[in-house]
Design a protein around this ligand. Sequence first.
Ligand code: FMN
Length: 384
Amino acid sequence: MDAALSARIASISDRLAMYNGNALKIGLFGANCSSGRSATLVPERWQAGWGDCLRLARMAEARGIDFMLPIARWKGYGGATDFHGTSLETMTWAAGLLAATERITVFGTVHAPLFNPLIAAKEFVTADHIGAGRFGLNLVVGWNEGEFEMFGVSQRAHEARYAFAQEWLDAVMRAWTEPGDFDFAGEFLALKGVRAFPKPFGGTRPIIMNAGSSPTGQAFALRNCDAYFTANAASRMSLDAAIAKVDEIKGQARALGREIEVFTVGQVVCRPTQKEAEEYYRHAIIDNADWGAVDGMLALKDITPYNLPIEEYDKKRRYFAGNAIGGYPHVGTPDRVAEELANISRAGMRGIAVSFVNYLDEVPYFCDEVLPRLARLGVREEIA
Ligand SMILES: Cc1cc2nc3c(=O)[nH]c(=O)nc-3n(C[C@H](O)[C@H](O)[C@H](O)COP(=O)(O)O)c2cc1C
C-alpha cells in the first residue's frame, strides 16, 4: 500500500463520500449473483463468474463508478434459469475486489443470524484493511425461510430478527472499538473475554447500510446506519413527493441525533435511441422473463395464483418482473437516463445502485454516455 493510502484518515464522511466529490453516487448492484437483478432467459444474461466480476470492478472503477453492492443469496429461486442459483459469497468477493482495485467502495452483505458476530467483525476489519477504508457493510436479517432452513437455523419472528440484529451489531461495534478485553452479555449473545485486533482502517469504522422496508427495519437503519437503501424509487414519485420522503427519513434520523443518507436501486437499459432501449427492455425483461423464477419469488412473499384472483395475480407478476426485482427501470437514451438519475439527486438522495442485464457489455456505454451528462447536470464531477 502506498504512503498516501496508509496515512488516510478515512472519516465516516470521507467513507460515505467514497473519497470523491460526486454528489450522486452510482454503484453496481447484484453482480455476484447469476442473472444479476434480471429474471430473464436471454442467453447474454449475467453469469456472475469470478473473472467477469473482477473485470467488471476494474472497468467500473476506471470509468468512474463509485461502489459495488452484492446480494447475500444462498439458494436459487428456481425457474428455467434457477435465478440466483449461482452466487459468490459476498465477503470473500468483496475482499478479492478490494485487493484488485484502488478507488471503488465495495460492500459485503451479511445475514446477521447466520454468522458469529466476532468472526464477522474480523472479516469486516480484514476487508477494510485490504481496501484501505473502502469496505462497506450491508447488514441484513433475512426474509427467505428456505435459505435459513438449509443452515439448520430457524428464522425468528420479524420484530425479534431486528432485536437480534441490534445486539449482533452492538457486539461488532464493540469489537471494532474496545481498546482492551471485554465481555458482552445480551439477551441473545454471551461473549466472554473478547479480544479483537486490529481495529478498522484509519481510526474509524466501515460505513453501514441496511434496506429494511418494514417500519421495524427502517427504524433499525435510522438507529444504526449511515445509509438507508429504499426500493421506493424517487423516480416513481413526483419530485416534490420524493423530496418530502427523503426529508422525512433524514428528519427521523436527526430526531435520534443521527445523520443518514438515502439511496435507492434501479435497473438500466440505455441505448442510443428510445426505441432501441424500449425494445430491448421488453425483449429481455418481459417477453423472455423467467416466469418460473418470478412465481418462485412471489410465492416466498405468499403471493400465489391460489390466494389471489388470476387477473390480479397476473398483474402483480408482470409488475414484479418489470419493475420490482431490479428496482425502477431506467429505460431510454443517455439523455433520458441521465435526467431520471439527476432527479434522484435533486430529490436529496445520495445515490443509486443499478443493475444491467449484462454488466460487462452495458456498463461501458452507460459510463461513456450517461456519466458525462450527469456531470453537465451538476450532480457528478467530470471524469478525469
Ligand atoms: C438495496 C437492497 C439490498 C438488499 N440486499 C439483500 C441481501 O443481500 N440479502 C437479503 O436477504 N435481503 C436483502 N435485501 C432485503 C432487505 O434487507 C429486507 O429484508 C427487505 O427489504 C424486507 O424488509 P424488512 O426486513 O424490514 O421486512 C435488500 C433490499 C434492498 C432494497
